[in-house]
Design a protein around this ligand. Structure first.
Ligand SMILES: [Zn+2]
Ligand SMILES: [Zn+2]
Length: 172
């Protein structure tokens, strides 16, 4: 579904199912996102449109430690200003971009694709590290065995980095 922002002359509410989506996380890993219910209000503002949106999401990502499935869910809210691409300033070299300018997004005249909008927000939402369970033991840094399945046959002396991380997480 695409919304033609140029056609919207008064605040308009949308409720649309978007997805399911597959997001590329790089390194051959992806996130599987269940269909989301997107609530969106589009309002005309000076020079363009403001999008005020919200959706709840549930997704499966690879666990940051063992690469098995980890479930992530949450609610994403966003407030974005869009202007037609034809109004985008012509990029010049050595022009300093002000913070205000970087917050304006541009759409092409074909309209705004809602799956792209939701995907973009999900990339911002997903935590840097996701765990399949809070006490995931991860993979052995030496032999690669999944330590959730039991200890591997490596000598017990561990990498201090991992030990420190484990202790930190126990405290929190
Ligand atoms: Zn895990
Ligand atoms: Zn091992």
């Amino acid at each position: 579904m695409r919304i033609r922002l140029a056609d919207i002359t008064q605040p308009t509410q949308f409720r649309e199912k978007v997805g399911p989506l597959t997001l590329d996380l790089g390194y051959h890993y992806g996130a599987q996102v269940e269909p989301v219910d997107l609530f969106l209000t589009v309002s005309p503002v000076q020079g363009g449109h403001r999008l005020d949106g919200e959706f709840a999401y549930r997704a499966v990502l690879p666990c940051s430690r063992c690469l098995e499935e980890a479930r992530v869910e949450g609610i994403a809210t966003f407030l974005l200003d869009y202007q037609p691409a034809s109004q985008a300033p012509i990029p010049e070299e050595e022009v300093e971009v002000s913070i205000e300018e970087t917050q304006i997004l541009y759409y092409d005249e074909d309209g705004l694709a809602l799956d792209a909008l939701v995907s973009q927000q999900l990339y911002l939402e997903f935590p840097e590290k996701v765990l399949c369970r809070p006490d995931c033991r991860g993979l052995c840094p030496r032999c690669g065995a999944d330590l959730n399945q039991g200890p591997c046959s490596c000598p017990p002396e561990g990498d201090s980095r991992w030990t420190a991380l484990g202790q930190l997480q126990k405290k929190s």
